[in-house]
Every structure is written in C-alpha cells, then in structure tokens.
Design a protein around this ligand. Structure first.
Ligand code: MLC
Ligand code: AMP
Length: 521
C-alpha cells in the first residue's frame, strides 16, 4: 500500500520538500553542531538528507495505511529530529510526546491517537510496547540519545534516496496534544499548509538571512522548539548549534558563534543570572525571541540593560503555530515590553466580548483566523465546533486587548491553564488525580507567581472528615504518576475551599493568598 495521496491541486505541499529545497547547495557544509555531547559531533546537510531518506524508506517499507500516526517519546537528539523530518518526508503524521510523561499519560495518548508506529527510549521499551500493542500499534521501535536502538539499526538497511511523498496543503502533518479546561487532552491537527505558511511568514518577518546560526536549546516535542525554531533554521538553510538540554553556560559559550536564539521566559531568567551575559557576549547576535509564556517587563528591561538588545516577544499556540510578533524591523515600530506585538502577516486577530468586537483598549477574548489555524481536534468534532465561532474564528482562550498603537496585550486566560516554565498544566487534570487519593474530599489547583518558572503549581486540598493527610506525601504520590513539571511545588491542607454564592470555588482568592509564596529572594 502506498503512503502517497496526490496533492489536491496537483502541487507538492509536503513541508519536508520545502525544507529540503532550502538546503544549501554545498551539502557537505555543517547543518548541525552538537554542543553538549561527550565528543565533538556534527552533521552535514547531506547527513540530514540521507538519514531522513533511510528513515522514510523504513517507514514506507512497513506498509502502513495512509495518514498513519507515528508517536514519538525519546530524549532530544539529532536523530530524533531526523525521525520527525522522515515522518514528514514519507507523508505520515508526527505525534511528539513530552519526555516527562509517565505511563498513565502515554496510555491515553496512544489509546486516543492509535498510532501505527511508536518510537520510545530503549529503557522504556517494556512498558511502552505493552501499552502500544494493547492499543493496536503494529510497530514499536527504540531510539536512544546515543544513537542506540532498533530504529536506526533497521533504517541502516534502507536506501539513502527517497522522493518526498506528495502531500496537499490540507493533509495532516502533525498532531499535538493540548488539554482543555475540562476533560482529557485534545489532539490539535496541523497540516502541511498550516506549518509551511507559518514558517514562510516568520522567515520573512524575522528577517532570516544568509549566515544566520541558531542556538537550539528547547525541547523538540512542542511548537516552540520543534516548529518555530527548527523550521526557521531549516527553511533558511541555517546551521544550528544544538544543545540536548538547556544549560545557560553552554548557551553563553555558543552565542559568539550564533546570530539567533529562541527561548521561553525561564531560559532568559536563567541566562540573566549568569555574570558572563554581557554586551560583548551578545554582540554578534541578531535576534533573541521569547514566547510560550508571558515575558515579564522586568526580564525584558534587564536583558536590554545587560546586552543592549531588545528581546522580540511573540505569541502562539499548538492549535495555530505563531499568531503575533513584536516588530523585527524598527521601521515597523519598537518592541514593547508586556505586549506580544502585531498579528503576523496573513493572520487576522480580533478581541470580542459577549459577541461584539471590542474597541481598542477594551479587554475581551482573543479570536484568530488564518492559513496557520489548525484543522480541528483529532476525532473530536464537537470540541472543534465549540472552539470556533459561527463565522469561523478560533477562540484562543486567551484574554487581551489591542492597545492604541495596535499592539496585542495578553492580560489573562479564560481557560483554566497554568504555564510553568513554558509547559502547560491543566488544574482539572491534577485535581482529578488528587481527588482520587484516599482521604481526599476535594482539591483546587492554581498557578502562583514564581521567579524562575513564571508560574508554579500549588494544590489546596480538603481532607475527608477524620482523614489524616500529609502535603508532601500527596506531592510524592503525584510524582510517581504524572510528569514531574505538573507536580505541585506546594500542597496545602485546609478545612474548606472558598466558594462564591453559586458554590463555585474562588480560585482567585487562593491565588491571592499564595501570591507571595515563591517571591524572589
Ligand atoms: C522542570 N521542572 C519544572 C519545569 N521544568 N517545574 C515546573 N515547571 C517546569 N517547566 C522541575 C522538575 O520537575 C524537576 O523537579 C526539576 O525542575 C529539575 O528538572 P529538569 O528537567 O532537570 O529541569 P530543567 O532542565 O531545569 O528544566 C527547566 C526548563 C524546562 C525551563 C529548561 O522546563 C524547559 O525546557 N521548558 C521549555 C518548555 C517549552 O519548550 N515550551 C514550549 C511550549 S510551545 P524535581 O522535583 O522532580 O526534581 C507553546 C506555544 C508557543 O507554548 O507559543 O510557543
Ligand atoms: P500551548 O497550548 O502549549 O501551545 O500554549 C499556548 C498558550 O501559551 C497560549 O494560548 C497562551 O496562553 C500562551 N502563550 C504563548 N505565548 C505567549 C506569550 N508571549 N505571552 C503570553 N502567553 C503566551
């Protein structure tokens, strides 16, 4: 069975084909230099081309149905990036999974997405393969961050030539799981067209130019590290200096050899704590991009003071890739702290409250439209319908306003979401786990300000009458069940939760009570 379905307009819209076309003519030049390996390691553009061809041929040899999902939970490595590119190349659908997810989380994603192929770390093969085979997955491969595992071994027998599968702009390229206010995680379906249009827009808007070098220090299972950073570099034929794990000292060491850096605010906060962060260290840098969570004006200002450079803050989400950006070009305006800039070219953005569009300066829900907006939630047509307005705008769940000069400011979220160090945590999910514990009557999970993570998760728990509970023991029990970044940094025991006259828990009062808990210093 062939994986190829002809593109609807007869054209080739496979994202990989566009990225491949941007490779430099000198295929022996360095594409990726690993800066934190045991020994110096670099990959040429030819290496990327050949290895992705071999992996794509392996996937095609499996005779998978068209549209098959390939779910991947592996440590960050260049080979893991090659696997992503190979899935695109072969025309299948990539499903990245946070390395912190544990069995219960993985079981849900695999059960919901029904991937034909699962790739996991060799040390997790036992439990992952059990879950995968139970869900009907036919192939489970392993990939270690030291190039070990069955995936590369099997691919080594394949040809290193491969014609990218023809794909239409509306064909699925990736599914990213993201949670809602209630219920389980939803898979946001992104098409080749969504991602290519966004990558092309950012290439122009952020002024990618010949000679650019990107320092890549983010995880590669979310939009920021996987799409914004990687598509940006590849579409510009730019070299990446690759860090498997963020380490401020290694980033500083890389900056003199680079021109572009992208990070969540926590990365900037941690870099600012390094005495080596100076004007001189950043003098060759063209662009610092921040996003995924609010960048505090204090961080923006401190960065400008120390380095002489204004961080460019942008705003996006899994369902839409990038939506707005502060200006790159000074002629388009200054970069304003506390704002996420203007809607990107081709993106429409409006702020509405109770069905009417808000005048400038007034706060409302942010809604968007554009070629970057996703195709819906995987197998959840009802959820998809709920998140779009009748006239086809996507409701982001973010609350904001457009200021007098047209800059978008995000002031809050209507969705009950905590963003900690750039990772999303959904209170309802954590409350569910806590409420299931013996002796718990109910709980409320909130985000409170944190100097390193921006927001930190805090749980407030009411014991059942007569039950003896212990906060740290509840946190420890959670740690054995769910991803570590979701585990509350504090579990407080109380007799009752504050409620309004309608009986709804007043989370704002809990946030207020705990706002100084992690105050800097
Ligand atoms: C780690 N820890 C966290 C955490 N990360 N706690 C809360 N929030 C986080 N984000 C905790 C762990 O639980 C652990 O605690 C301890 O810190 C050490 O773990 P670690 O893995 O060694 O941490 P570290 O390497 O320091 O990680 C911090 C980080 C990482 C900031 C580098 O969180 C990170 O890479 N964040 C980036 C997330 C990202 O890429 N988001 C983009 C989403 S895309 P313990 O107690 O277990 O020891 C998106 C769309 C858009 O939002 O607009 O871009
Ligand atoms: P995700 O679901 O992981 O894609 O997270 C998307 C959410 O991150 C958005 O809906 C916003 O709430 C938030 N976000 C992304 N960028 C920014 C930013 N620059 N400022 C504030 N919030 C942001």
């Amino acid at each position: 069975m062939s994986s190829a379905t002809p593109a609807a307009d007869g054209g080739q819209h496979n994202l990989f084909a566009a990225l491949r076309a941007a490779f430099p003519t000198d295929l022996d030049a360095t594409a990726i230099e690993v800066a934190d390996g045991d020994a110096p390691l670099s990959y040429s553009w030819r290496d990327l081309d050949r290895a992705t061809a071999m992996l794509a041929n392996l996937l095609e040899s499996l005779d998978l149905p068209a549209g098959s999902r390939v779910a991947v939970q592996t440590e960050k490595s260049v080979e893991a990036l090659m696997l992503y590119l190979a899935v695109l190349r072969a025309g299948f659908v990539y499903l990245p999974l946070n390395t912190a997810y544990q069995a219960a989380e993985i079981e849900y994603f695999i059960g919901n997405a029904e991937p034909a192929v699962v790739v996991c770390a060799p040390k997790h093969f036992g439990w992952v393969s059990k879950l995968a085979f139970k869900a009907g997955t036919r192939h489970v491969f392993t990939l270690g961050d030291d190039r070990s595992g069955s995936l590369l071994e099997r691919a080594s027998h394949q040809s290193d030539r491969h014609e990218p599968a023809r794909r239409g702009a509306d064909d699925l390229a990736a599914i990213l799981y993201t949670s809602g206010t209630t219920g389980r995680s939803k898979g946001a379906m992104l098409t080749h067209g969504n991602m290519l249009s966004n990558a092309s827009t950012l290439k122009a808007y952020w002024g990618w130019q010949p000679g650019d070098v990107l320092v890549h220090a983010l995880p590669i299972f979310h939009v920021h590290g996987l799409f914004v950073a990687i598509h940006g570099a590849l579409l510009n034929g730019s070299k990446m200096i690759w860090l498997a794990k963020f380490d401020p000292k290694r980033v500083l060491a890389a900056l003199p050899h680079a021109t572009v850096f992208m990070g969540v605010p926590t990365l900037y906060v941690r870099l600012l704590a390094e005495p080596g962060l100076t004007r001189a260290a950043c003098s060759g840098m063209r662009l610092f991009v921040a996003g995924s969570a609010p960048l505090l004006p204090e961080t923006f200002n401190a960065w400008r003071e120390r380095t002489g450079q204004a961080i460019l803050e942008r705003y996006g989400m899994s369902e839409t890739v990038m939506l707005t950006s502060n200006p790159y070009d000074q002629a388009d305006g200054e970069r304003r702290a506390g704002t996420v800039g203007f809607p990107l070219p081709g993106v429409q953005l409006r702020v509405r409250d109770e069905g009417r569009e808000c005048p400038r300066g007034e706060i409302g829900g942010i809604e968007v439209k554009g070629p970057n907006v996703f195709a819906g939630y995987w197998r959840m047509p009802e959820k998809t319908k709920e998140e779009f307005t009748d006239d086809g705008w996507f409701k982001t769940g973010d609350v904001g306003r457009i200021d007098e000069r047209g800059y978008v400011c995000i002031v809050g979220r209507s969705k009950d979401l905590i963003i900690s160090g750039g990772y999303n945590v959904y209170p309802a999910e954590i409350e569910g786990y806590i409420n299931d514990m013996p002796g718990v009557a109910e709980s409320a999970v909130v985000g409170v300000p944190h100097p390193d993570f921006g927001e930190a998760v805090v749980a407030v728990v009411v014991p059942q009458a007569g039950a003896q509970l212990d906060g740290p023991a509840i946190a420890a029990a959670l740690k054995s069940q769910i991803a570590n970044f979701k585990v509350p940094k504090l579990v407080e025991l109380v007799q009752e939760l504050p409620r309004n006259t309608m009986g709804k828990v007043q989370k704002n009062l809990l946030r207020e009570r705990h706002k100084g808990l992690f105050a800097a210093g």
